[in-house]
Design a protein around this ligand. Structure first.
Ligand SMILES: *Cc1c(COP(=O)(O)O)cnc(C)c1O
Length: 468
């Protein structure tokens, strides 16, 4: 199967090309024209990796399944070597799909871990620079995935005050010499824009070319990541074996897109409910059909990985629902007027699959306290407002609480956390939790003073580092 540009279906790409060169011409994305359908009845007895291979195999991409099998072996290093996710039952109608059992304790590992292996294989002997912009979890997961990989360098750009301290430490303490993280003055949308600008900067590309380095991006527009985000939703729906609503804390809409693709591939999913924080552009979109940047400025919340206004993967949903020409029209409108609006029929069509709502920080703190015996992280708790206790529901948990200690501490004890290391230990003791060694060790190391870069200096900083 080939992938198609979301804005012109005559532009196609193989899967392997899309993984190495994630943007389609004119900054469109690559996406499948049709999703292959599987019969869930035939898949019930498969383990996670077997199911993954069935799902990936159904796409019939240009890479041998043995390579994918190799990539999936990274899941052996997750908490349970037989299954990278854990489904916890809260009550008869409520389950939590924990996707944070990998090395960086956020769901980004689910895709970025196998993605790293695939990319290393596909690039052959070429040299690569992989760039990513992160609001907190993509950065650590990307750095971890490419740690010490031969002929690959990674640069992560993150907003200086936009991540939790733990997330920043995860990046700062990534010591392998092929990795670099850069803090910029600005927010996540600024970081994402800076990345897009660099990926299209002729001077930057010329310098890399001279050094014989190819350029790619590991952000969530890369279809190679989306592929792995279909599997866990499908797997959970098979294990629970009933029609489910799935609620997903969303930002760039990669996780939720995976659920939508899983549904189209036959998984028994009823509604996909999109949870946002007070950056509620997605809930506004699914409720009104308006995607309106004009009225919004990015707010900092206690769920930094969802502090996003430009939600890239919505473009793939538009493409699937309304085809390429309409997607092009809408995306052009967004670019030129910072705004677009679906018509009534289009909105109804979206609402067949989706619902959406958002939580303020105050509401989030309330849910963390209410469910303290489980310990929800500040992203996962945004799901609880949409919980309908009469419908079997799977809540997608995207990170472990320990990445966000100060907010957790405030919610649980109604006190400011003065010492993050002590506070984390206090929470762990009180609620019988273990702190993963990868998180605990971050606070054992010496403080490093982080330099913050102006966006204008980014290009030269990266060039200097590459030439070292
Ligand atoms: C990335 C992230 C999200 C948002 O996921 P998207 O795929 O960007 O919608 C939510 N929660 C956490 C903890 C994340 O790291």
């Amino acid at each position: 199967m080939l992938l198609h540009s979301t804005q012109d279906i005559t532009q196609t790409s193989s899967f392997s090309n899309a993984l190495l060169n994630p943007s389609a011409p004119n900054n469109a994305l690559y996406a499948p024209l049709n999703l292959p359908r599987l019969n869930p009845e035939n898949l019930k007895n498969l383990n996670y990796k077997e199911l993954a291979l069935k799902i990936i195999g159904a796409f019939d991409f240009d890479i041998n399944l043995q390579i994918f099998q190799k990539a999936l072996e990274v899941y052996d290093n997750f908490d349970d070597k037989n299954c990278p996710i854990n489904i916890t039952k809260i009550n008869e109608n409520l389950y939590i799909n924990e996707l944070y059992h990998g090395p960086t304790r956020a769901f980004k590992d689910m895709a970025l871990q196998p993605f790293g292996v695939l990319l290393e294989y596909l690039k052959k002997d070429d040299f690569y620079l992989i760039m990513c912009a992160t609001s907190g979890d993509t950065g650590p997961a990307t750095l971890k995935s490419f740690e010490n990989k031969k002929n690959i360098k990674v640069v992560c750009i993150y907003p200086n005050d936009g991540t939790s301290k733990t997330q920043a430490l995860q990046m700062i303490h990534s010591k392998a010499c092929n990795l670099k993280s850069i803090a910029i003055k600005g927010n996540f949308d600024d970081a994402q824009n800076a990345l897009k600008t660099l990926l299209n900067d002729e001077e930057f590309k010329a310098v890399l070319k001279k050094e014989n380095i190819h350029l790619s991006a590991a952000n969530s527009v890369n279809f190679g990541r989306i592929l792995f985000q279909i599997i866990y939703h499908y797997y959970a729906s098979l294990k629970l074996d009933k029609n489910l609503d799935i609620i997903i804390p969303s930002g760039n809409f990669g996780d939720a897109l995976g659920a939508y693709y899983a549904k189209k591939m036959g998984a028994k999913i009823s509604k996909i409910k999109i949870a946002s924080n007070s950056n509620n552009i997605l809930s506004e979109f699914f409720n009104s059909g308006r995607y309106d940047l004009r009225t919004k400025t990015l707010q900092k919340t206690i769920s930094p990985a969802m502090d996003i206004l430009i939600s890239s993967n919505i473009e793939r949903l538009l493409f699937d629902k309304f085809k390429d020409q309409r997607t092009k029209e809408l995306m052009l409108n967004l670019k030129n007027e910072k705004f677009y609006e679906l018509n009534f029929e289009e909105l109804k069509l979206l609402q067949e699959d989706f619902e959406a709502d958002f939580c303020t920080d105050e509401e989030c703190m309330h849910y963390i306290k209410q469910y303290q015996d489980y310990l929800l992280d500040p992203h996962t708790c945004t799901c609880f407002k949409m919980l309908d206790s009469n419908t079997p529901t799977l809540i997608t948990s995207t990170a472990q609480w320990s990445k966000f200690t100060p907010s957790m501490y405030k919610a649980l004890f109604n006190k400011e956390c003065l010492d993050e290391k002590k506070a984390m230990q206090e929470i762990a003791n009180q609620f019988n939790q273990n702190i993963h060694p990868n998180i605990a060790c971050l606070f054992e190391q010496e403080d490093i003073k982080v330099k913050t870069y102006k966006i204008d200096d980014l290009k030269q900083t990266i060039i200097d580092w590459i030439k070292q």
